[in-house]
Design a protein. Sequence first.
Length: 304
Amino acid sequence: ETDMELYFHKAKRCYNERNYEKALKKLDKALKIEQKIDLYFWRGSTFIELGKLNEALKCLQIYLKERDKDHIAWNNTGYILQDLDDHEEALKCFERANEVDPQYKRSWNNKGFSLNQMGDHTSAILALKQALSLDPNYAHSWSHYGFALFQMGKSSEGLIAIEKALTLLPNYATGWYNKGYVLMESGKQSEALACFAKVLELEPKHLLTLRVYDQALFRRDLGSLMRCSLLSDVCFVVRDESFSLHRFLCSARLPRLLTKTDWSKEFSPVVFELIVRYVYCDDYPVLENMDVDDVLSLLLVCVE
């Protein structure tokens, strides 16, 4: 066994033990001795685990120049590009992986995910069905399949598929996120929040959930506001002000009004901050310039 092989074996052992920093050091030492192409595959895989996606991509691109028929490397490269939000290039990688090995379920699943992100839900469903034909108990594909159905307006069918995924894999964070998102968009804010809380329990830094959690909380609390008996008073106060909705919501006048009501205990104080953030979210960039009546009508859509 050469020194390079010795470092390579140690690196694999560290990788399997999830000691990725140590594995990377062993791989680097092996590369200094010999530029063995397999080292680049393992180095790329290690960078993926460390969250260093650009470094991982460079390693896998070097590897694929010599190992063009490695379907796992093509899939992993596509996975990196997905995380970098380059779904068109990711799709090419998954299609190449499927071409090399049509029986590899992960590349079919990942292809379906990218197609979903690109808005081609019909093609996504075909890819995900192929993954499920290879493994009917593949939870990830059931979840993505359900989300594609939801995007096509089939919320009930989509929810059934996502729940199938969670039955197969109860601690699947993305499955809980997808379920929560479908529930949120279906107007079931409290149930959605329970799902998002489960995601954050499993993965406290789950970015998609962190982005939508406040939105679901806002919608739930806004429902309490819009259903209250003081709705006409709130509308009167808004109409009485000449400044923008944003400045009105930031003012102390509305909070003082709400604290005098019997139902205020049901209304989370954080909602005022959330309203301001919602006004400026990407979905409604022109809220502040809208007529007050139009704004109130739009906000009513958020009521559970």
